[in-house]
Design a protein around this ligand. Sequence first.
Ligand SMILES: [Ca+2]
Ligand SMILES: [Ca+2]
Length: 198
Amino acid sequence: MRLTRIPAAVGVLIAGVTVACNDGGGAVCGDGVCDPGELATACPYDCAGPTCDPAQPGACAGEAICVDRQCVGAFGRGYVFTVASGTFPVVDAAGQPWDAAGDPPDGLVRITIGDASFTTPVAPDTWAPGWDAATPSIVVEAGATYAIDVLERDPTGDALAWSCAAAPLTAARLAHGVLVCASPTLPDARVTITVRPG
Ligand SMILES: [Ca+2]
Ligand SMILES: [Ca+2]
């Protein structure tokens, strides 16, 4: 079907008053509104040319992120969180070696977004784990909390090494695309997590 571009896509001037006329709910291609999930490639009528650069975290104002060069609502959409890598301090928070005889730690990371939780595999015997472990797509709603728990595995179970939490997970953090969890007290205790829409 051929769509005709008309000024009414953004409003109609009636007796000197501009009336929004294409604000119906749902992602309807052709309604003149670039809804979440609509892309310039699939629906150029609604999502006109490039409006943002995804390499610029602050490219979109308000609670929005840049997807396919369009500023779209940050919340109510899926994200993939990838626990990339990290570093462990030489000793734990109690000043004790992680394992017997100074053996390197066996780190893993649990990430919790709202009600969704994901745990990486263990990276055995390393001070610089490179998990590169991606979550399934997790839908982030406005106001969702997040928590990152870095653990160390022993035969007796997992011990918490350090952790980070925030409420809520802001659009700015989602747009920035990187979450870093570093301990304020343990030197070199650091984990980097990347975030992308997906
Ligand atoms: Ca070990
Ligand atoms: Ca261990």
